[in-house]
Design a protein. Structure first.
Length: 78
């Protein structure tokens, strides 16, 4: 999502639009509120239960993030 003011791009938002609400309508202009959530937000909509054995946290994290199309992350395991 790109926020514009005139011909100038002020801000870039990365994520998923998860909500749209009409805030004001004066029959000339409309004001909307958008809710932008991170890509991992979709994981909360799933119900996939499994037992994970003999895997380290790095492998488990990589698998879960890949299943939710989160590809741009840097592991910081110590």
């Amino acid at each position: 999502l790109t926020v514009w003011q005139g011909a100038v791009a002020l801000r870039y938002l990365h994520g998923i639009i998860t909500g749209v609400e009409l805030r004001e309508n004066n029959h000339w202009q409309m004001n909307y509120q958008l809710t932008v959530s991170p890509p991992l937000w979709r994981a909360g909509l799933r119900q996939k239960f499994r037992i994970i054995q003999q895997q380290d946290i790095q492998t488990i994290s990589s698998t879960l993030l890949a299943e939710n199309d989160v590809t741009d992350w840097v592991p910081s395991f110590y």
